[in-house]
Design a protein around this ligand. Structure first.
Ligand code: KG4
Ligand code: ZN
Length: 400
């Protein structure tokens, strides 16, 4: 179509949200739909992969229909398709990939496979349907991605170019929130529940440990989680209540105080390291993405630090921080511009790293001693094992 910006259909199904969106010119959301599976997985207290894949299958066509309808667009008007190819749950990824490949083939549209983490970064470039134009984030910038499965800090000097500054050596920030939520009896997902509980904290003096990991930009949240567990178990024992795994719960006012203390520790480390990285790299902007970036305390802390430095900060609205299709359209657009195209052999890459593909030099300063250093080594080894693509074999006949 001429006279208008190219229109991408974008599809996200890597985890527990089925996201479909139409994005014009890589920035403007024309329409989007997100079918959330939170209620489906809540009883299990975490994502059940098999259920997730089935739910994607159930909701992907209705989501597409809704998006085309609200956007007033038909498939022949679409110029290309972007789909999340990884990282994520293999079964869930395959639903979106198979769907995207089929649409691309049927409508003779170019296709591109997008890294989900790149999507979280590029959510900061998106504009809402009726939002006034505003400048895109300027380079060089520092970006913090904090999701349920990943936590890392990168420097971007241009589009699609990333220098890894630091990453978690154990739990992702969202994972830590989810585990803390379970410990406090707040249910799943823990992040929003902890944020809500923390608002009601009357006393704000609970201090939980921060892992600074020397001068590095790496993160570690497992010690914080253990400290919270010890505190909760000690207080339950003192109140002669059963331990958490037997259903023991503290009173809501105390839960609120601990939720505040936990959130404060996570936000303190994330914001301090991000702002320091911006200083150290002479960044012109700060970008935030991923589900945990919808946390109000984190947004406010980073925004205040950026304002004190005269730096613009780009944080997507909460519904674009959590998984959605539009962010895949924004990142996919950059991939299209770079000339990338996927073929019918596009497969799922469950462990696809965004930065430091296996074999490229590691420029970080790793922790030298103690459990953080051991966790760091283990994480590197696991990443090396996972770095290869997971081949997706075509299904022929019945399984052996
Ligand atoms: O990016 P996302 O939607 O999915 C992944 O790619 O992982 O992130 C989900 C994570 C969950 O761990 C959830 O607890 C966390 O983001 N989260 C939050 C908040 N909203 C979602 N964490 C802290 N505060 C929030 N308000
Ligand atoms: Zn995500």
């Amino acid at each position: 179509m001429s006279g208008r910006e190219p229109l991408l259909l974008a599809i996200e199904s890597s985890c527990d949200e089925t996201g479909v969106a139409l994005v014009a010119g890589g920035r403007r959301i024309v329409a989007q739909a997100v079918a959330s599976q939170i209620a489906l997985h809540a009883p299990a207290g975490g994502i059940v992969p098999e259920l997730a894949a089935r739910a994607h299958l159930r909701w992907i066509v209705p989501a597409l229909r809704e998006v085309l309808e609200t956007g007033g667009v038909t498939l022949p008007q679409v110029d290309g398709i972007a789909v999340t190819a990884g990282p994520g749950l293999a079964g869930s990824l395959l639903v979106g990939i198979a769907f995207a490949k089929t649409l691309a083939w049927a409508h003779r549209l170019p296709l591109v496979g997008v890294n989900h983490l790149e999507g979280h970064l590029y959510a900061a470039w998106l504009l809402g349907r009726d939002e006034p134009e505003r400048p895109a984030p300027p380079f060089p910038l520092v970006a913090l991605v904090v999701s349920g499965g990943h936590t890392f800090l990168v420097e971007m000097r241009d589009h699609l170019s990333y220098r890894l500054l630091g990453e978690t050596v154990d739990d992702a920030a969202g994972e830590a929130f989810d585990k803390a939520g379970r410990l406090l009896g707040l249910g799943y997902p823990g992040g929003p529940a902890i944020a809500t509980a923390a608002v009601g904290a009357r006393r704000r003096d609970t201090v939980l440990p921060r892992a600074w990991l020397g001068g590095s930009y790496d993160f570690s949240f497992s010690g914080l989680k253990t400290a919270l567990r010890r505190l909760v178990e000690a207080e339950l024992a003192a109140a002669a209540r059963p331990p958490t795994e037997s259903g023991g719960r503290l009173d809501p006012p105390r839960v609120a105080e601990l939720a505040w203390g936990f959130q404060e520790a996570v936000v303190d480390v994330l914001s301090t390291k991000t702002l320091r990285a911006a200083d150290d790299t002479a960044a012109q902007a700060i970008v935030l993405g991923g589900g945990v970036a919808s946390n109000r305390a984190l947004r406010e802390r980073i925004a205040a630090g950026a304002a004190a430095r005269g730096l613009p900060v780009f944080i997507p609205p909460p519904d674009l921080c959590t998984d959605n299709g539009a962010m895949i359209g924004a990142a996919g657009w950059q991939r299209f511009l770079a000339g990338e195209r996927a073929g019918s052999d596009l497969g799922a890459r469950p462990a696809w790293p965004l930065v430091r593909p296996f074999g490229t030099p590691d420029t970080r300063r790793p922790p030298r001693r103690g459990p953080a250093a051991r966790a760091y080594e283990a994480a590197l080894a696991a990443e090396r094992d996972a770095a290869g693509d997971v081949p997706v074999a075509p299904v022929r006949g019945s399984a052996p």
